[in-house]
Design a protein around this ligand. Structure first.
Ligand code: G4P
Length: 524
């Protein structure tokens, strides 16, 4: 019997991993995929530092620099659950891409290096999750190395993130003696991830728990387990789902400890696909009709085919191959003839996808970030953010004859979200904006590689950019006409105010109180 929409939705878990570079995200991803049978051998996702083509890195520039630029999606099954893992770029220069990806997940795994605790990038990503009330499961990694005391780590999470912690497991030993995890609520032990099941014991003093440790470490372990149960908050599902409490797991992704605890937690604790807010109503994941939104565009994933894939998160209903969808922005129908799933190493045609699933839709520029697809309903999902760029540049073309081609190429790059493009009202050449400098390198690389357009960048006289609006349209028009030389339009034709620096921005904002100047625009 084929499964109902509600059954399919109940099986799905869509999540991302957030961490500071080097905490072990890649290693953990690989182990999760390994359990899900999505890859056969460890070391495939990981090979980035050896400059071998990796499964989640597509672009040459990432391989050259050993960083992960693009967001990839990996689907795998484990214990009858379908997991959609949305990978995010590790480098902060691609933060806007990461933030958009987080709009498409229902939960996040926060990986912390046991020796380092909460690091700056973890904090930043956590804040984005908090804005969206995304429930977080914490994985304290690298327990096999010199690590901080677990209580100290829990305390740091509570202090720095203002997030309650509920330790679910406790590490049996630390550093060299780390040899398994103890399940505090279940009184059960897992020696390593090769053990598919935990073993029930009488308490932490059992031979299978404390008994595994050198004699001088046993008392501390028993005492800590007791304290963890008595002094720490118990797991509270409501508080977790509301983003106020995080269950904490300890382990070592590299040495195969604690990852199975984590994947089980994702299956049992993490929420099924959530309802999504649209302009006219909230869409339930179990609604009959298909709805979806685009959170990422990726071009040329396969260098042999110049293709452009829109990553779409299904929000309700059933997305079926061959169906006709309606693109809300244009109102036009769009055939979904070849939606695709991503399984770490390969893509596969997606016959049916449900809420929480992420499918790739090949297209030639029809779809943009933030677009909504429905079965006909006039509805637009809210909340995919666009961040004001922090670096603004004019693109200088080496061959001035190719200006038209450059214009087209920049338009495409902007539609993909590689850069933002602003056309000044005074007719001067377009300005590109990025959040991080590496994005400019990607632009340069792609313009030369894909469009044979060698370019360089000139400083623009602006360094700050804000979207402007006003309740009174006449006031907005007055602002625009008085500042014509400092106004540009984004890809959607929305006006932005360009300022030389923060000081001039604040000055104008204080003089024009009715003009709203915002640094984040949500795609509509
Ligand atoms: P990232 O994606 O978050 O940047 O981290 P990644 O998985 O690449 O891991 C960063 C480094 O930490 C790697 O070492 C990796 O092997 C190591 N690592 C990850 N998990 C654990 C763990 O549980 N225990 C220990 N001891 N190390 C761990 P590297 O030397 O930078 O790379 P490699 O030479 O090992 O490939």
């Amino acid at each position: 019997m084929s499964e109902t929409i509600a059954e399919a939705v109940a099986r799905r878990r869509t999540f991302a991993i957030i961490s500071h570079p080097d905490a072990g995200k890649t290693t953990l991803t690989e182990k999760l995929l390994l359990f899900g049978g999505a890859i056969q051998l460890a070391g495939v996702v990981k090979a980035k530092k050896d400059k071998i083509q990796t499964r989640s890195d597509w672009m040459k520039i990432e391989r050259e620099r050993g960083i992960s630029v693009v967001t990839s999606v990996m689907t795998f099954e484990y214990n009858d659950r379908v997991f959609n893992l949305l990978d995010t770029p590790g480098h902060e220069d691609f933060a806007d891409d990461t933030y958009r990806t987080l709009t498409a997940v229902d939960a996040a795994v926060m990986v912390i290096d046991a020796a380092k605790g909460i690091e700056p990038r973890t904090l930043k990503l956590f804040e984005v999750c908090r804005l969206r009330d995304i429930p977080i499961i914490t994985f304290v990694n690298k327990m096999d190395r010199e690590a901080r005391n677990p209580f100290e780590i829990l305390d740091e999470v509570e202090q720095k993130l203002a997030l309650d912690t509920a330790p679910m497991t406790w590490p049996i030993g630390q550093g060299k003696s780390f040899c398994g995890t103890y399940h505090l609520a279940e009184n059960a032990v897992r020696g390593s991830d090769t053990e598919t099941k935990t073993t029930k014991v009488n308490g932490p003093e059992s031979d299978l728990a404390a008994g595994r440790l050198p004699e001088n470490e046993r008392a501390t372990f028993i005492e800590e387990c007791g304290l963890a149960v008595e002094a720490c908050k118990p797991f509270d599902r409501t508080a977790f789902l509301e983003g106020h409490l995080t269950p904490v797991y300890f382990g070592s992704a590299l040495r195969n400890f604690g990852v199975r605890d984590l994947i089980n937690a994702l299956g049992s604790l993490a929420p099924q696909p959530r309802a999504q807010v649209a302009d006219i109503r909230t869409v339930e994941a179990t609604d009959e009709k298909m709805t979806a939104f685009v959170f990422k565009i990726q071009a040329n994933m396969d260098p042999n085919h110049r293709d452009r894939i829109a990553f779409v998160r299904v929000c309700s209903g059933k997305l079926e191959r061959g169906m006709k969808a309606r693109l809300a922005r244009t109102g036009k129908p769009m055939g979904l003839s070849a939606p695709q799933f991503f399984f770490a190493s390969q893509r596969q045609l997606a016959d049916t996808a449900y809420a929480g699933d992420v499918v790739g839709i090949p297209n030639h520029g029809t779809l943009r970030i933030g677009d909504t697809l429905t079965e006909g309903e006039q509805l637009v999902f809210q909340g995919v953010p666009n961040f004001a760029p922090e670096i603004l540049r004019r693109v200088k073309l080496e061959d001035a004859m190719k200006a038209k081609k450059l214009k087209e190429a920049l338009q495409q790059m902007a539609e993909e979200g590689v850069v933002q493009l602003f056309s000044p009202e005074d007719g001067s050449p377009a300005i590109v904006g990025v959040v991080g400098a590496l994005q400019l390198d990607v632009l340069k690389e792609r313009l030369s590689g894909e469009y044979t357009l060698p370019v360089s960048f000139d400083l623009a006289r602006f360094s700050v950019c804000r979207w402007i609006s006003a309740d009174d349209n006449a006031e907005l028009e007055r602002f625009i006409s008085t500042h014509r030389g400092d106004i540009a339009r984004d890809l959607d034709g929305d006006p932005v105010f360009l300022a030389a620096d923060g000081f001039s921005l604040n000055y104008e904002a204080s003089r024009w109180k009715q003009i709203k100047m915002v640094a984040i625009k949500e795609y509509q």
